[in-house]
Design a protein around this ligand. Structure first.
Ligand SMILES: [Mn+2]
Length: 325
């Protein structure tokens, strides 16, 4: 892959003085890392920056960054400001921030395949590259295109996001040599892989491991084992709490099963709604399935929220997979 940063984005940064950096709601490491590194780089250029997120900062590895984000944009922040949206392509993915950033010139830096893909313009540049492994990867490309190098702090943040979205490089295939070239530059600038691995994978509670056990014990195979379904009932969620969730570990364990092509996790989020997470190994594009129900994501990792209960949502999704397998 060769990355070229749109000239409009470079001009957008050079020509404006005041920036609001937004990301998608329910941020992950890539979103947090790219937003904070972008904010830091812009401050180095002498810009005024407000970095904001509607949260929630659920995952333990990102909750430490929560106090660096504003949860609202004040009227004085909006005055003469422009917006950069990171790790999603539309204002409606930013949750409560959508109203606050409406009508302002907006640049987008994203690597998502589907959803509200948009074409950039001089006033509203788009730096969208689905071949990029993370938005932090694109952020490093941008920093370098501006003739800068990342600071140690920025390198750590960018490396954190790169590791999050690549599953610590497990999702990188034979086309990913640039990913390692970028990683190498970040490590040279001060990122520490060992520390980052511990930040992402350590610090879990004992209860969170037992919760994994409950979900593993309740998981079922479908279509000769090509699909594995894990479900989280509402009473289990209430018993353990959101801080005990570790879907990454659950996917990792179930994707290790011989012959599995898709892992699906359905969670009863409220008595009337479910979240659905989909992970595929290679062949199957789960973003298409998520999009069919109004969700989105990547070819091998996608998600959607659906009204209903685990019992009503399950058959709808299994029906789609029945046609595929
Ligand atoms: Mn991302």
């Amino acid at each position: 892959m060769s990355i070229s940063v749109p000239q409009e984005l470079l001009d957008f940064i050079k020509n404006h003085k005041k920036f609001i950096i937004a990301g998608h709601k329910d941020p992950d490491g890539d979103c947090v890392g790219s937003q904070l590194a972008m904010a830091s780089m812009l401050k180095r250029l002498g810009k005024e920056v407000v970095v904001c997120s509607s949260g929630p900062f659920k995952r333990s590895e990102i909750s430490v960054y929560q106090d660096r984000f504003a949860d609202v944009v004040r009227e004085e922040d909006r005055l003469d400001a422009v917006v950069v949206i990171m790790d999603c392509s539309a204002a409606n993915r930013t949750g409560d921030l959508e109203e606050c950033i409406k009508g302002l010139p907006t640049a987008v830096v994203d690597h998502h395949e589907r959803g509200d893909r948009r074409v950039g313009s001089q006033e509203n540049p788009a730096f969208i590259d689905p071949s990029a492994p993370s938005v932090t990867f694109l952020t490093l490309a941008l920093i370098e295109a501006l003739g800068l190098a990342p600071t140690e702090e920025e390198a750590k943040l960018l490396f954190f996001g790169l590791c999050t979205d690549t599953g610590f490089f497990r999702h990188v295939d034979s086309t990913g040599y640039e990913t390692f070239a970028y990683a190498s530059r970040l490590i040279k600038a001060g990122a520490n892989p060992k520390e980052t691995f511990r930040l992402i994978n350590g610090g879990k509670s004992f209860a969170s491991r037992r919760f994994l056990g409950v979900l593993l014990a309740g998981s079922r195979q479908y279509f000769d084992g090509k699909l594995i379904l894990a479900t989280e009932e509402y009473h289990e969620f209430q018993r353990f709490g959101p801080e005990c969730r570790d879907s990454d570990a659950l996917y990792r364990l179930l994707q290790a099963v011989d012959g599995v092509e898709v892992v699906m996790l359905i969670r009863q989020e409220t008595p009337g709604s479910c979240s659905v997470g989909l992970r595929s190994q290679d062949r199957i594009d789960v973003s298409v399935i998520a999009a069919a129900f109004g969700g989105g994501g990547h070819k091998n990792a996608a998600g959607v929220s659906m009204a209903g209960t685990v019992e009503t949502v399950c058959p709808q999704l299994l029906g789609i997979f029945e046609k595929i397998f």
